[in-house]
Write a protein that binds this ligand. Sequence first.
Ligand code: FES
Length: 127
Amino acid sequence: TRVEFLDYEAVVDYGWSLDDDELFRKAAHADLGPDAHGRLLVHPGESLLEAAERSGFAWPFSCRGGACANCAVYLAEGDLSQPTDHIMPDDLAERGFRLSCNGYPLTDELSVVFNVKQRPELDDLIL
Ligand code: FES
């Protein structure tokens, strides 16, 4: 699975919105560093977080077991599996929030904003 990623810090810095259809196009035209915007591949059997780490990126995480939401990402395109045992409430999952530590790609292409743990709606989940 091919993943285009964007750091939520850049979304904040540029005053962009997560639900902006043009978000990744804007990111491509901004002068962002390779850690903030780019692409990586998820190999079969890898979680999104594992793939990011193997690719040399330091995305936030803590428990690695679905219990803290530090690893949360926002899905702009594509889908990422959600384990049955996790902390993410259904309403946030419906809005596209997922956990990267135990989320496995369900589509060949993904566009994700990582580092969304600072979003206010995730406050209560961060341990
Ligand atoms: Fe805790 Fe993913 S690192 S839920």
